[in-house]
Design a protein around this ligand. Structure first.
Ligand code: ZN
Length: 286
C-alpha cells in the first residue's frame, strides 16, 4: 500500500464566495453533494467548513452533523474531515472545538500561529493542548496542519510529550501570505523534519496548487486539492471541486500512484481503531 495516493479535497474553506466561483458549495446540501461527487471521482477525504445563512464561516456542530449525515445518505463512504480553523480569527476558540464533539474521523489541527493574509491566526499553546486532549477524548485523528516549519517543530514537541499520538498525519499548507512560500524546497525542508512513520500531504494556494501536488506525488506524499485553496482549473478558467480531483486521478494513473480508496485510507491512517461507532452515530444524529 506504500505507493497508494491519498487525495483530499477541501471543498469550501472560510473565505471564497459564490461570486468568485459559482461552483463553490456553501449550504450543507451543496457541501455534501460536492463531497459525494468528489468521493466518486477518487477523493478519499473531504475537508469541510460550514457556513451560516449569510454565507459566513462558522463552526456550528449542527451544520457539520447535517453535512456528514447527507454524505452518508448519498451512499458515499468518503472520510469527513471537519475544520476547526474557524476562519482564522472569526470565531472563538471554544466554538472551534465544537465540531470535535461529533467525533469526526479527522479534524484539522492548526499547529501554530501566523499572520494570515491581512489577519492573524492565533493557535496558542494552551489552545493546542486543549484541542489535542479533546480530540483524543472523542477518538478524532488530528490532521496536523503546518503553514511553516515552526509549526512542524511545535508538532514534534507535542509528539514528544504524548499530546499527539501516532499515527501522525500532517497536512502542509503552503503559500498562505504569512506562512511558507509554496516551493518544493520549502516542502522538502518540512518533510525532512517529520518523525519516522509519519504520513504527509500538501496543499498550496492559488496557482501553486497543481505544481506542488505534482511534486508531492513524485516524492511519495499525499495531496489536497479543492476550491478552498484555489478557484481555477487553469488561468482564466474557473474550476469545480470534482474537476480538480478528476485531473489528479488521471495524473496519478499515468505515474503509477494508485489512488487510495476511503477504506484503504482508513487502514493507512488507523481510523478503524478510533472512537466507537455507537458514540459516532448518537452524536451525529442529534
Ligand atoms: Zn480548511
Amino acid at each position: 500500500m506504500n505507493d497508494r495516493l491519498i487525495i483530499s479535497v477541501a471543498t469550501t474553506g472560510s473565505w471564497p464566495t459564490k461570486a468568485q466561483n459559482p461552483h463553490l458549495p456553501t449550504t450543507e446540501d451543496e457541501i455534501a453533494a460536492a463531497a459525494v461527487a468528489c468521493g466518486n471521482a477518487g477523493a478519499a477525504i473531504v475537508h469541510i467548513h460550514v457556513r451560516d445563512d449569510a454565507g459566513r464561516v462558522c463552526c456550528d456542530p449542527v451544520r457539520y452533523a447535517r453535512v456528514r449525515s447527507a454524505v452518508e445518505a448519498g451512499g458515499s463512504d468518503v472520510i469527513v474531515n471537519m475544520s476547526t480553523g474557524g476562519g482564522a480569527g472569526l470565531v472563538t476558540d471554544a466554538q472551534r472545538m465544537e465540531p470535535v464533539t461529533l467525533s469526526p474521523e479527522i479534524a484539522s489541527f492548526d499547529c501554530g500561529s501566523l499572520n494570515f493574509g491581512d489577519g492573524v491566526f492565533i493557535n496558542s499553546p494552551a489552545f493546542l493542548t486543549e484541542l489535542a486532549t479533546t480530540m483524543r477524548a472523542f477518538g478524532v485523528l488530528p490532521e496536523i496542519e503546518c503553514f511553516e516549519p515552526g509549526h512542524v517543530w511545535n508538532a514534534l514537541r507535542m509528539i514528544d510529550d504524548g499530546s499527539l499520538q501516532p499515527p501522525h498525519w500532517f497536512q502542509f499548507v503552503l503559500g498562505v501570505r504569512g506562512g511558507s512560500p509554496a516551493t518544493v524546497k520549502q516542502l522538502l525542508n518540512m518533510v525532512d523534519m517529520l518523525p519516522p512513520g509519519a504520513l504527509w500531504s500538501v496543499c498550496a494556494i492559488g496557482r501553486a496548487q497543481l505544481p506542488i501536488n505534482l511534486a508531492a506525488m513524485a516524492l511519495g506524499g499525499h495531496i489536497r486539492t479543492g476550491l478552498e485553496d484555489n478557484l481555477y482549473y487553469r488561468k482564466g478558467e474557473l474550476a469545480s471541486n470534482e474537476q480538480l480531483v478528476a485531473r489528479l486521478v488521471r495524473i496519478a494513473a499515468e505515474i503509477g500512484r494508485p489512488v487510495a480508496t476511503p477504506a484503504e485510507t482508513r487502514e493507512m491512517l488507523g481510523l478503524n481503531q478510533r472512537g466507537s461507532e455507537e458514540s459516532h452515530r448518537k452524536v451525529g444524529s442529534a
